[in-house]
Design a protein around this ligand. Structure first.
Ligand code: NCD
Ligand code: ZN
Length: 335
């Protein structure tokens, strides 16, 4: 049987939530990944050292394996250098959200004017703390990410030593930024490698594929696929797996987020195999992230085999992407 072994897979953008939801989803990520960059958009958001430590502790309790590292993040505010020094050993990055851009981002920034943020961003670059960015304006929904490119440029130029990660990129415009500035990097989700807006709303509305940033055009997906499949050294896998209860997705006000944590590796195998690029999956799923973030992941080997896996209809109260469908690859074992 055809198999592939992935060593130390990393998910560099995941929402693990809290409470009952954390207990459902954390074991799914810790089973097949060595580590994950955990987003801070809880209610209230993670903004203090105590909150980081307490959240990490709750994640550790919820996981079912010990060989998994939750890489913690703080929710961006204008933090003092003194505070950043006190927290730097406990976090891997700080995540900045435009206020209101997505789920639980109300406490985000209302403007990306550089001057009010300069002291914090300078301290971050001196201390080597990465800035992860949800890059969307409040413009027309299909244009929000492309419109945000001028903000990335401004940040990259003003803080040349700050590592800036363009999170969950969905457009050709964002892909084109990668080679323009040394300090810009990106995460790419598995769903944005597979779907376009047509899959979300071209036929019957598919709420479980609705996320921010919304899936874009075929040419955007093609640009994402190109850099993911070649494992461009500045791109990493970040699932943006974002669970919401079924009742919140199948409602007249559907929350943004696609839940992919338990099927991400299987889908990536399918995609990379279809393009004859399975050899590049290791770099996309782990090596690039370890180099970019300077992390040394917990040792873990995940063996995937080419046999069918039927995706469960639900994990707890969450409907995964591809629920009830058959995937061509499955996780054979984890060592
Ligand atoms: C995320 C969530 O639900 O927390 N939703 C999403 O659509 N991706 C937030 C985010 O990363 O935008
Ligand atoms: Zn996210």
């Amino acid at each position: 049987m055809e198999t592939i072994t992935l060593t130390m897979p990393l998910d560099m953008h995941v929402h693990l939530r809290d409470g009952d939801m954390l207990n459902i989803v954390a074991p799914l990520t810790s089973y097949s990944f060595s580590g994950a960059l955990v987003m801070p958009n809880l209610v209230p958001p993670v903004t203090t050292l105590e909150a980081v430590k307490a959240y990490r502790h709750r994640i550790k309790l919820a996981m079912e394996s010990d060989d998994f590292e939750p890489y913690m993040t703080l929710f961006y505010q204008n933090y003092s250098r003194e505070f950043l020094e006190s927290v730097q050993d406990h976090i891997t990055a700080i995540k900045i959200y435009p206020s209101g851009a997505t789920t639980n981002s109300e406490g985000g920034v209302v403007s990306f004017d550089i001057e009010p943020m300069r002291a914090t961003l300078e301290a971050m670059s001196e201390l080597g703390i990465c800035l992860c960015v949800h890059g969307e304006t409040n413009g027309f929904v299909m244009d929000r990410e492309a419109e945000f490119m001028s903000v990335y440029e401004k940040l990259a130029i003003n803080f040349p030593k700050l590592k800036i990660v363009m999170e969950h990129i969905t457009t050709r415009a964002a892909v084109e930024m990668l080679d323009r500035y040394d300090n810009l990097y990106a995460t790419i989700t598995v769903h944005h490698l597979m779907i376009t807006l047509d899959d979300v709303a071209g036929g019957m509305l598919r709420p479980h594929l609705f996320c921010k940033p919304i899936a874009k055009r075929p040419e955007d997906r093609a640009a994402l696929l190109k850099v993911a499949l070649e494992a461009h050294p500045k791109v990493m896998f970040g699932s943006d797996s974002a669970p919401h209860p079924k009742s919140a997705k199948e409602s007249c006000g559907c929350g943004a987020g696609v839940f992919t944590a338990p099927i991400a590796l299987q889908l990536l195998c399918e995609i990379f195999e279809a393009h004859n690029k399975l050899d590049n999956l290791q770099a996309f799923i782990s090596d690039n992230a370890q180099r970019i973030y300077g992390i040394c992941a917990e040792y873990k080997e995940v063996v995937l085999a080419k046999h069918d896996f039927v995706v469960p209809e639900m994990y707890g109260e969450v409907v995964p992407m591809r629920a009830g469908e058959t995937l061509r690859w499955s996780i054979e074992r984890v060592d």
